[in-house]
Design a protein around this ligand. Structure first.
Ligand code: SF4
Ligand code: SF4
Length: 483
């Protein structure tokens, strides 16, 4: 029986070779014997006896036998006449518990960011002339909480995220909904965790007090220093928003100390100085975490990031990731959340059948109470799964999960990055190709480059400060913090 290499990605970290084993999403550090076997089988498949013959002059027979067996067990190597079976298409059992409900309490915004997926050129829901109310009513918000508590099943904690439009335009409903959810949660013995995303323009002192007193997690959408923030994040009259938001954010960071406050940056072709943005948001403003996402848009928009722009972004991400590594080796905090989130997924051996929790453990609710795949699809008739009063249509949900499984994305079937990527964001695919089922093939090179960097950082950490990685055994999954 001839043995050969199984599907893997090889990388070097801390001066030694590692394999990322695609079928199991496990990481394996190769010692000298394992590396010699790897190279021998890389040249051509061989039988166990041939391998032992070839390498017997360099390694002890027992060591070789043990290492071959271990590599077989890990499925790093295997018989060539039995092709590696593709993972069977296992669909999640329904009802699947809802871990995060994103409540779009308004579809209105006091800013008009050029690139916004809700108002900009790529919007999929007509929030101006659509049938949904501009603001969610208190009754709908309460119905949504009841829906969430029921749909969360046996989960001890339900995560409720307020979203918009600009979330704080409907602060009264938000405030009353927190009180209602807390009371209902107490009655049934379930904890409710609250968070919101805001553009920070409306962070008045009493709102900041409320958020701090109620332990509400806050993510601020901000694009960096004044010249970058004011490029796209403008009021309806075209005025930039930096001077309005900067003092409010500083006050929020000073007053709200119970939970780390994060910044979420949208990168565009015109605002691609990742490191400058990062330094400003951490050193000058004091954010605990900063996460970046490239703008979601059709290719022909002026602010879409070109291939060269993606290369530049990857280079800067890499620099920040290695900075994160050096901080982590010394047990110091570093705010670059993109790398931390991916390290957590790698550590947990995540192998995704779906790119994110949308339509599964995560759902978005529009202002009229319709339930959709996620916040970005909230209010879209074509992506509706039900409503908060009547619940989710399990047939619609099952059909969605059936159509979007990684096994049906043939382009991804030979890609080593698929356990972590799984085809990428449905909303991105819809904006680019008009179809949520399409993998985001325009991002593949970037995704593979970024995954390779994160694997190397993980490998280095596993050698230089393995205790750092133990935090991921305790932390909630990134899927639960997906918004
Ligand atoms: S979208 Fe591209 S990078 Fe992602 S899994 Fe598919 S082929 Fe790989
Ligand atoms: S990755 Fe895309 S589809 Fe998934 S939750 Fe986020 S925006 Fe929605």
């Amino acid at each position: 029986m001839l043995l050969g290499l199984r599907e893997h990605h090889r990388f070097l970290a801390a001066g030694r070779p590692f394999l990322y084993l695609v079928p199991s999403a496990a990481i394996f550090a190769l010692d000298e014997t394992a590396d010699a076997i790897y190279h021998a089988l890389g040249r051509s498949p061989q039988s166990r006896a041939e391998l032992c013959d070839e390498l017997g002059g360099t390694f002890a027979a027992a060591d070789l036998e043990d290492t071959i067996s271990e590599l077989e067990q890990l499925r790093a190597i295997g018989p060539v006449h039995i092709p590696d079976r593709p993972a069977p298409k296992i669909l999640p059992l329904l009802p699947f518990p809802l871990t995060t409900m994103v409540l779009n309490v308004t579809n209105q915004c006091n800013l008009s960011c050029t690139y916004c997926y809700e108002y900009g050129e790529d919007k999929i829901v007509d929030t101006a002339n659509g049938r949904q109310p501009k603001f969610m009513s208190e009754e709908t918000a309460r119905d949504s909480v009841d829906f969430m508590l029921k749909a969360s099943g046996d989960q001890k904690v339900a995560h409720l995220t307020f979203f918009g439009g600009e979330t704080l335009l409907n602060f009264t409903v938000l405030k009353n909904t927190v009180a209602y959810a807390r009371q209902r949660g107490r009655e049934i013995g379930k904890e409710v965790d609250f968070s919101l995303t805001t553009n920070a323009t409306l962070l008045r002192p009493e709102i900041i007090e409320f958020l701090a007193d109620n332990d509400v997690g806050v993510t601020i959408s901000i694009d960096g220093p004044k010249e970058m923030q004011d490029k796209f994040r403008v009021f309806h009259n075209g005025q930039g928003s930096y001077d309005v938001v900067a003092p409010k954010i500083k006050e929020l960071l000073r007053r709200h100390r119970t939970r780390p406050i994060g910044a979420r940056v949208t990168l565009t072709s015109g605002t691609l100085d990742v490191k400058k943005i990062f330094r400003h948001l951490t050193d000058d403003m004091g954010f605990w975490e900063v996460g970046f996402a490239p703008v979601t848009t059709a290719l022909d928009r002026g602010y879409a990031i070109s291939d060269a722009g993606m290369d530049s972004m990857l280079g800067q991400f890499s620099d920040l990731a290695y900075e994160f590594l050096e901080h982590s080796v010394s047990n110091k905090h570093h705010a670059f959340s993109n790398v931390k989130d991916t390290l957590e997924e790698i550590h947990k051996g995540v192998s995704k059948a779906y790119p994110c929790g949308a339509g599964l453990g995560l759902m978005g609710v529009s202002t009229d109470g319709d339930v959709a795949l996620c916040h970005r699809f909230a209010g879209s008739e074509a992506h509706k799964l039900g409503d908060v009063r009547n619940g989710v249509d399990r047939n619609l949900q099952a059909a969605f999960l059936e159509r979007h499984h990684i096994e049906d994305k043939t382009d991804c079937s030979t890609c080593w990055a698929r356990p972590l990527c799984s085809g990428g964001c449905y909303h991105e695919a819809y904006t680019r190709y008009g179809e949520t089922t399409r993998p985001n093939l325009h991002f593949c090179e970037w995704v593979r480059g970024w995954t390779d960097i994160c694997l190397k950082v993980y490998g280095e950490l596993s050698e230089r400060n393995p205790a750092f990685l133990q935090q991921f055994d305790r932390e909630e999954s990134v899927a639960e913090r997906a918004v």
